[in-house]
Write a protein that binds this ligand. Structure first.
Ligand code: SF4
Length: 329
């Protein structure tokens, strides 16, 4: 396949087909740079060489009633992680100030659990209002990820100043029951719709490498397009000890990069993040993720550390990319 031709057709508004998306994932390692170059043509047209840098905070960790097989925060997991209840508004606000000090464009507040209680929503809303009023937080945007949401909760968050809500589809509809039985794909779709109805930006992506087929990855990319995700986190499965999937072989760096390129072709104008597992799965090739993706998390993930902002900053600079929303030299 002529990958550059596919980029130009995509830029002219032609939708990539499922067969073409699958062909991207099936392409050989010898074609990897050509595929990334083609994805970069699209990425550059819409985002230049800017990288949206986000900081994530785990505001409540572990003890989740759900049984997502990949997740160390499930009550079913025996993983050696910190488990704690919802942090105070003061602590979460402190994280926003730190995120801004690092220069982050967006601060993501995440809590474990199936769905937020009224008290959870109240605390997050109070904190969002404080973040928006605090000078040291600058204009940092707020994303929250609190589980399954109803219309009122979504609307309350929006009115408190939350800009975006994350709720991942995780994988294809076909494969989802293999990784989770305590809630269904339809629950996840319903939350994405509530988020959109409330006027919040939707952040919605998934995980590569859970044992799904390449066709499942294509389905996920088209599904997040169908729910009109504004931002798409593509996570790379870094198996956690103590989870049902802890013996799963992580995806290769080349598979991660092909997946990012495919997501870019299917979702040309959307923010695409090389998210959790970037350092662990991409290793020395992680800078190449910036060619299809235009966003990263920095300073660690929910239960694992990253390489840190200094190393991320050097990586961006060495590859000729610059963070957007950056406030410090
Ligand atoms: S709902 Fe979220 S926190 Fe709970 S097990 Fe699933 S992924 Fe983990």
């Amino acid at each position: 396949m002529n990958w550059q031709d596919l980029s130009h057709r995509t830029l002219q508004g032609q939708r990539i087909s499922r067969d073409e998306a699958l062909a991207l994932l099936e392409s050989s390692d010898d074609e990897l740079l050509a595929v990334l170059d083609a994805a970069f043509i699209i990425r550059k047209a819409y985002f230049g060489r800017k990288v949206h840098v986000q900081v994530i905070r785990n505001a409540r960790s572990g003890r989740c009633s759900e049984n997502c097989g990949f997740c160390s925060q499930s009550v079913a997991a025996t993983s050696d992680i910190q488990r704690y209840s919802m942090q105070t508004s003061e602590e979460i606000l402190g994280g926003a100030i730190e995120a801004r000090r690092l220069g982050a464009k967006r601060y993501c507040i995440v809590t474990s659990g199936r769905r937020p209680s009224d008290n959870d929503i109240e605390r997050i809303c109070e904190t969002a209002r404080r973040i928006k009023k605090t000078e040291d937080c600058g204009s940092v945007e707020i994303c929250t990820s609190l589980g399954i949401l109803d219309d009122k909760q979504a609307s309350d968050l929006r009115h408190a100043g939350v800009d975006r809500y994350n709720h991942n589809l995780e994988t294809s509809e076909r494969f989802f029951p293999t990784i989770c039985s305590t809630h269904g794909y339809s629950d996840r779709i319903a939350t994405t719709k509530a988020v959109k109805r409330a006027g919040l930006d939707l952040c919605c992506g998934g995980i590569i490498g859970l044992g799904e087929t390449l066709a499942d990855r294509v389905d996920l990319a088209f599904s997040v397009d169908a729910v009109e995700a504004d931002s798409i986190p593509v996570n790379f499965f870094n198996p956690r000890s103590g989870t049902p999937l802890d013996k799963t072989q992580p995806p290769t760096p080349a598979d991660c990069l092909r997946a990012l390129a495919m997501f870019r072709f299917v979702n040309p104008k959307r923010e695409i993040r090389a998210a959790g597992g970037r350092e662990a799965c991409l290793g020395a090739l992680q800078a190449l993720a910036l060619y299809p993706a235009n966003s990263i998390f920095t300073d660690g993930y929910l239960t694992t550390t990253g390489q840190g902002w200094e190393a991320d900053r050097r990586m961006l600079a060495a590859a000729g990319f610059s963070p957007s929303g950056w406030t410090q030299a």
